[in-house]
Ligand binder design. Structure first.
Ligand SMILES: C[S@@+](CC[C@H](N)C(=O)[O-])C[C@H]1O[C@@H](n2cnc3c(N)ncnc32)[C@H](O)[C@@H]1O
Length: 188
């Protein structure tokens, strides 16, 4: 057994709670790897709501989902995740959400997620999260702007009330080049 990477462990946690028929959010669809993973978890009767600010990300994710025959389970929005509160109907409850922060691999490295909008989106997901539901947040902070976002998100997560949420930080501490950090927030 090898200890899992931050991203792989976020998938393990989500896989442990998300079931067929559930509704989940992919807050940063990028190239669609996480969206595809989530679409497999929710099954044909579930739904994934995916967001990204870049048309390239929406196109790449659409192509990936078409290829794996999963597109019908997913609604993609070419909008920032800070719009989640407005885009999702008020009565939509979610079992999980995935935030894979930073820039689009193979895309424009200037188009990065940022603390204020990320936190706004996390808050929107927390208000819709069902008990035992999990939000996985993979934080990369080796790129310009990444450290500021990491610090803001960590500060926010640190202050979440213990009676309502369990918050996990998962990170390798002896690796070079700022290995990503996973934050997982579970609603109690
Ligand atoms: C690390 S990539 C995501 C990787 C992706 N989950 C995958 O599986 O390939 C981060 C993505 O966040 C997107 N992004 C940046 N700001 C955003 C925002 N405000 N709302 C939604 N997505 C955003 C970027 O365009 C980029 O595609």
């Amino acid at each position: 057994m090898k200890i899992k990477s931050a991203l792989a462990y976020s998938h393990t946690l989500l896989q442990s709670v998300v079931q067929a028929g559930d509704v989940v959010v992919d807050a940063t669809v990028g190239n669609g790897h996480d969206t595809e993973f989530l679409a497999n978890l929710v099954g044909p009767s579930g739904r994934v709501y995916g967001f990204d600010v870049q048309q390239l990300a929406i196109d790449n994710t659409t192509a990936r989902l078409k290829n794996s025959n999963l597109l019908s389970r997913v609604r993609l929005f070419h909008q920032g995740h800070e719009q989640i509160e407005q885009v999702l109907a008020k009565d939509v409850q979610i079992k999980g959400a995935m935030f894979n922060l930073g820039y689009l691999p193979g895309g424009d490295h200037q188009m990065i997620t940022n603390g204020a909008t990320t936190i706004k989106a996390i808050k929107a997901c927390l208000t819709r999260l069902t008990p035992s539901g999990i939000i996985g947040i993979v934080l990369y902070y080796g790129h310009p702007g990444g450290l500021t976002e990491k610090n803001a998100v960590m500060k926010f997560a640190n202050q979440l009330p213990q009676k309502q949420f369990t918050v996990l930080q998962y990170q390798f501490i002896n690796q070079v080049n700022e290995p990503p950090i996973l934050l997982a927030i579970q609603k109690r």
